[in-house]
Design a protein around this ligand. Structure first.
Ligand code: ADP
Ligand code: MG
Length: 284
């Protein structure tokens, strides 16, 4: 696991060091053969607007089993990239394939059921029990009742919550961290091929966030999904991803393994790292 060690010099926080032996154990562990998602020269612009495109020249091949972190400051286009994958947005030009098929050719319902989507505010239905929330997609897919029940128990165990204890509870009875775990369980319930996570741990307190990040690492080793994780947090990207993609103003400006990212010499990457160091230092 990566840790940042802040050091104060002459009253200023100046250093942030990655402990080298703590390299992401996921890195390079998968057999990265088949392509799961492929962007080729993708542009996205709001139609009818003369303003610059929100994404441009985006080319990225994501292999089965990879955990990609889309890293970048607010407004750089990270969420838009995720939304193109599950067709909440449509590319203005270029090609986007999901499992070798153009996203526009997918039946949109089938596409979304192949994709688990975890967002910051979870979006659990308040009047549904935890079991009803988690089992939403298997229910829509008409799985037999027994299979739904056993899948519920399975995913709850994966995220470390007792199925019997939580089945009948309502979202409001859970803590923020527990609700976020339920969001992950729901995304995994129908065993999707792809997991999209948009700042999933962003709204949690630092201790709970660190706990869920550790759990995510364990989980991602168990389930080995293709995962695209959006974050503006450098530390989180280095900890969780097998490959880090840096976005700036709608373009991919750098790409590296977590082990190599801090040694990138492109100015835009150095600036991002330097800004992250200041933020990490300020919270020491
Ligand atoms: N529907 C929209 N209408 C107008 N601007 C939008 C819309 N969606 C996104 N944007 C703009 O696109 C840029 C990228 O947004 P987004 O992908 O949400 O960034 P990020 O997730 O990196 O913070 C931002 O400048 C945002 O204001
Ligand atoms: Mg966003």
């Amino acid at each position: 696991m990566h840790r940042f060690l802040g050091a104060r010099e002459a009253g200023y926080v100046t250093m942030l060091t990655l402990v080298p032996e703590d390299v992401n154990p996921n890195a390079g562990a998968q057999t990265l053969s088949e392509t799961s998602i492929e962007f080729t020269n993708v542009e996205y612009r709001i139609s009818g607007r003369a303003s610059p495109p929100i994404l441009s020249g985006v080319s990225l091949k994501i292999h089965h089993g990879e955990t990609i972190a889309l890293l970048g400051r607010s407004g750089s286009g990270k969420t838009t990239m995720l939304k193109l994958i599950n067709r909440l947005r449509t590319c203005s030009s270029g090609d986007l394939l999901v499992e070798n098929q153009p996203v526009r050719d997918w039946n949109v319902i089938r596409l979304r059921r192949r994709i688990g989507y975890v967002i910051q505010e979870v979006g659990l239905f308040p009047h549904f029990t935890i079991e009803q929330n988690v089992c939403l997609v298997p229910g829509l897919e008409n799985w037999p009742t027994e299979r739904i029940k056993s899948r519920f128990a399975e995913v709850m165990q994966l995220i470390g919550l007792n199925p019997a204890e939580y089945a009948g509870k309502y979202p409001r009875e859970l803590s923020g961290g527990q609700r976020q775990r339920i969001g992950v369980a729901r995304a995994l319930a129908a065993d999707p091929a792809i997991l999209l996570m948009d700042e999933p741990f962003g709204a949690l307190d630092p201790v709970t966030r660190a706990e869920l990040q550790r759990e995510f690492l364990t989980l991602s080793r168990k389930v080995s999904k293709t995962t695209v994780l959006v974050t503006h947090d450098l530390r989180e990207a280095l900890l969780l991803a097998t490959r880090v993609i840096l976005l700036d103003a709608g373009r991919i400006v750098a790409e590296a393994s977590p082990g190599d990212f801090l040694s990138l010499d492109q100015k835009v990457a150095r600036d991002f790292i330097a800004a992250s160091e200041l933020v990490a230092g300020a919270t020491q």
